[in-house]
Ligand binder design. Structure first.
Ligand code: FES
Length: 131
């Protein structure tokens, strides 16, 4: 599990894309999610054509799903599908949150005698696989 810290004053109002996270700042409210789409693991970005960062919607770069960072609910497709909010706390003006260890699907075939392999997860963590 990764512990992430950033100075609240360094975050702008609205959307912030930092490392593998999307942070929505609205005054004292901070919503943080992994920058991994629930559909098939794409990354979120700002919707095309939006002139301001105050909009709370991010769009997945792969198939266009849209997530409202204000509520952490997908707005496209509709259906109350939620993106998990990471647990956060603020101490002395520093936002602290815990990245999540995610389950990944491997499509790599190893022989019985393969040496340990390192696999980087979407959140940047390294897994050491030994078979
Ligand atoms: S992976 Fe995000 S919409 Fe498909």
């Amino acid at each position: 599990m990764e512990i992430f810290r950033c100075n609240c004053d360094d975050l702008k109002e609205g959307l912030n894309f930092i490392n593998d996270y999307v942070i929505w700042k609205d005054g004292e409210v901070m919503n943080v999610v992994n920058n991994v789409c629930k559909h098939k693991g794409g990354r979120f970005g700002k919707p095309k054509g939006k002139a301001t960062d105050i909009e709370d919607v991010v769009t997945c770069s792969r198939h266009g799903w849209q997530l409202s960072m204000k509520e952490c609910i997908y707005t496209n497709p509709k259906g109350n599908l939620r993106q998990e909010r990471l647990r956060t706390r603020i101490e002395n003006g520093v936002l602290i949150f815990y990245g999540k260890l995610s389950i990944i699907e491997l499509s790599i075939t190893y022989s019985m005698y393969s040496p340990p392999q390192q696999v980087r997860q979407p959140n940047g963590m390294l897994l050491l696989l030994t078979l």
